[in-house]
Design a protein around this ligand. Structure first.
Ligand code: DX5
Ligand code: ZN
Length: 215
């Protein structure tokens, strides 16, 4: 599956960008929320997501790069999140936060920074719907893909198998038509792509190419 990240979209033409994704072969909208504390950048938040939700015809996959995400989970549900992903590094009570997200009626995702070992998921893997493997340090679009990610995806795949779990593996950062195929081969189910889609001459076509490359 392909999840275009709107972080790289033209915000002055957001409606048109959302329509392009609606028309395209993409599967989810990937929406990046940054608080300037968990990550050294600030993006957009609840009101923007609520507007996108009004016109989006595909699930909204909200990636929270914020501290204390449990304080805002209910608000993101109201704004229209279908999948809500929190960072393991931002959660003291990760198990509780996963249950909270699910009890609010959303799919629960857990993201891991590049340095975070897969073992932190061992006791929650059966509870999560999505494992988001960061293939760059979160905070910015357009960064270089970290090669170690392939091994990490294989480790998550093994963990899922060992626990007879059903979580999807999503990968985020530095993904293009160049590495999409290899990522899927390593075990990825969902590829997030920002700049490689929105900075391309024909974003809709790039999504189609990514989708084919990922098969
Ligand atoms: C990075 C975000 C990503 C970002 C990816 O912190 O989580 O979703 O938009 O952008 P690209 O695809 O340009 O690396
Ligand atoms: Zn993201």
């Amino acid at each position: 599956m392909i999840a275009p990240s709107l972080l790289a979209a033209n915000f002055l033409e957001l409606g048109k960008e959302v329509e392009m994704v609606n028309r395209s072969e993409a599967d989810w909208f990937h929406l990046d929320v940054m608080d300037g504390r968990f990550v050294p950048n600030i993006s957009y938040g609840l009101p923007v997501i609520a507007q996108i939700k009004k016109v989006a015809r595909k699930p909204c996959d909200v990636h929270l790069m914020i501290e204390e995400p449990e304080k805002y989970a209910a608000e993101f549900k109201k704004a229209g999140a279908d999948i809500l992903t929190v960072h393991a590094e931002a959660c003291i009570h990760l198990h509780r936060n996963i249950q909270q997200i699910k009890s609010l009626g959303m799919k629960a995702g857990v993201a891991l920074n590049p340095h975070t070992p897969v073992v932190v998921l061992e006791n929650v893997i059966r509870d999560v719907d999505v494992v988001l493997v960061m293939s760059v340090n979160p905070g910015f679009g357009g960064q270089t893909f970290i090669e170690q990610t392939y091994q990490k995806i294989r480790q998550v795949r093994q963990l899922i198998k060992d626990n007879k779990a059903t979580a999807l593996i999503e990968v985020d950062g530095g993904i293009s038509t160049e590495n999409a195929g290899q990522l899927v081969q390593a075990g990825a189910n969902v590829l997030v792509a920002g700049s490689s889609i929105f900075a391309s001459a024909d974003p809709e076509k790039t999504i189609a190419t990514l989708k084919r490359g990922a098969q």
